[in-house]
Design a protein around this ligand. Sequence first.
Ligand code: PEP
Ligand code: MN
Length: 367
Amino acid sequence: MLVILIPDTDENSEEYKQTWKHLSSLEKIRLKKHKVQGRGQGLTEIYLIGNTAEVNQEEIESLPAVERVVRITHDFRILGRHSKETGSIDFEYNGVRFNQDSFHIFAGLCAVDNPDNVERMLQALQENGQVCTRMGAYKPRTNPYSFQGHGKECLPYVFELAGKYGIKVIAMEVTHEAHIEEIDECLEKLGRPTGVMLQIGTRNTQNFELLKAIGRQNTYPVLLKRGFGISLSESLNAAEYLASEGNNQVIFCLRGMKTSFNEPHRNMVDFAHLPIVKRLTKMPVCIDPSHSVGTRDSSPDGVLDVLHATSQGIISGANMVLVDFHPSPSEALVDGPQALTLDELPKFIEDTKITRDAYKKRIALWK
Ligand code: PEP
Ligand code: MN
């Protein structure tokens, strides 16, 4: 059961104390408080955990600090969209707003290789009005002998250059709890020239200890990739692990599924699930067309397959696009075959604008 308090309720007020006292007196029910900083107001939600079947809903609704009570009948307690709930997870990080209506492109390097390529990438982003990017420092690789990423060694120049080119948020995968500390220490040392969104890769979607560790911190928002070989519900539960530990600034990323029928795509593009994730949960949803499609092929109409897939996600309301670019794809150390080139960036952005506008027109039609 979820108890939503009147916005901006002060925890020192009589109303709050009386409400908390009553809820604490409920037998065999554990309370978990959750604070959400919404647009202009602070919301407090209290989760009643245990067997709430016997709890009198009307009695709780009549408590002085309570706005409403939602009976949660299915999974995803915090991130799920429960009966009559509207709105979405809505947060601002380093000046960039994320919710189920926002739209941002995170174009960048799958893996950081050298300062020169990082700089060329970031400069191109700035020239094209972008403030977000992706930069892989810790790379989980199928083959133990493949390049594993430069790790913490590359963080100083990546963060410094990001600051130089006005980048506000870098999506960066972490594969171990220790990486959070490494990122945090480096950013702190440099005076936080940029921000980081911690990315959890598809191979770690169910690494529960990593999820819990990332969920325990609130400094960085999280981008969780859907597990490529598990059900959607299992991946959404993985996102809930983050929220259950206290961090609900979570964006869910569709990145294609491993099946025996995905060929000639690298993974089976699953962007048709995008509206379903929005219906089942309040999370903003990202798409990763690069890891889904996996090639630089284009169709006879001249449009890259990666862009066709991107459009399919955006036309259904994607809130974010994570996409691989590289100044020289043939020299990239990871995933070169799917990287777009810097001279393709302006058209890529223009194409997403066309589709995003079409999506807006579509929803206006159905309002
Ligand atoms: C990535 O985005 O660099 C990546 C490794 O993606 P995924 O976890 O989806 O394979
Ligand atoms: Mn990759």
